[in-house]
Design a protein around this ligand. Structure first.
Ligand code: GLP
Length: 242
């Protein structure tokens, strides 16, 4: 059973998450963070930035693995998750760029990118704390409904709903890539601690499905029910259907 924490707002969630992550880094300087993109984890990254400054925590040995990446965007595209992680996480937090990894979404070598990424995570000793958002259709990472609970990092086709949801980051929906490379549900479940965040009414249904719904591949977020250590940080609106 996940621990559900209903907080006042995103900043309160960010502060709670950041405090626990910084405690971990203080105890284990080469902590392996599981990084998520999307708007949801931004409050955590901003709180980490403040916390690192105020507490003077050394983050130069922190390692990180992002959940997912678009496939086929030109190198350096500002909406590639590599660029987003660099801009929102690596630079503001002062992490060491060579220690932060994002799946390789370039077409060159895509056939072994998933296996390479799995190997790299395993060789790191595994993710200590995995940040997660949730899509309106219940996806975690880019594991869309129907994804196997046994899945590992692989190329997937994005659903129309996700391409619509993410169109706001691109000039038009047509510019949203058709494919992505994402950690699988079994990859995500191997992290030692999952921290799922959700804010706003738009996430209420997906969140209720993840936390209380039947455990089913048609609802990828429900995979968290199989994990022994999950913290869910939500505002009242996202918690409204629990
Ligand atoms: C994106 C990402 C997910 C993210 C989700 C929700 O497409 N691949 O990792 O959790 O959709 O995004 P947001 O936090 O912007 O609502």
């Amino acid at each position: 059973m996940a621990e559900i924490v209903v907080v006042r707002d995103q900043d309160a969630a960010g502060d709670l998450a950041a405090r626990s992550i910084l405690d971990l880094i203080a105890a284990k300087p080469d902590t392996v963070l599981g990084l998520a993109t999307g708007s949801t984890p931004l409050a955590v990254y901003r709180a980490l930035e403040r916390g690192i400054r105020e507490r003077g925590v050394d983050v130069s040995h922190v390692r990180g693995y992002a959940l997912d990446e678009y496939v086929g965007l030109p190198a350096g595209h500002p909406e590639s998750y590599r660029a987003v992680i660099t801009r929102e996480v690596v630079e503001p937090l002062g992490l060491t760029p060579s220690l932060i990894h994002v799946p390789n979404g370039s077409l060159d070598g895509i056939e072994h990118a998933g296996a390479d990424y799995e190997r790299a995570i395993a060789e790191s000793g595994g993710v200590d704390v995995q940040l997660l958002g949730i899509g309106t259709d219940g996806h975690i990472g880019f594991n869309e409904p129907g994804s196997s609970f046994a899945s590992i990092t692989r190329v997937k086709t994005l659903t129309e709903q996700t391409r619509k949801d993410n169109a706001r980051f691109f000039a038009s929906e047509d510019d949203v890539p058709m494919h992505c490379i994402t950690q699988g549900l079994s990859t995500i479940l191997k992290a030692r601690h999952l921290m799922l965040l959700a804010f706003g009414e738009g996430k209420a249904e997906a969140l209720a499905g993840a936390v209380e719904g039947p455990v089913s591949a048609s609802n990828p977020g429900s995979a968290i029910q199989l994990h022994p250590h999950v913290t869910v940080l939500v505002d009242e609106a996202a918690a409204s259907r629990l």
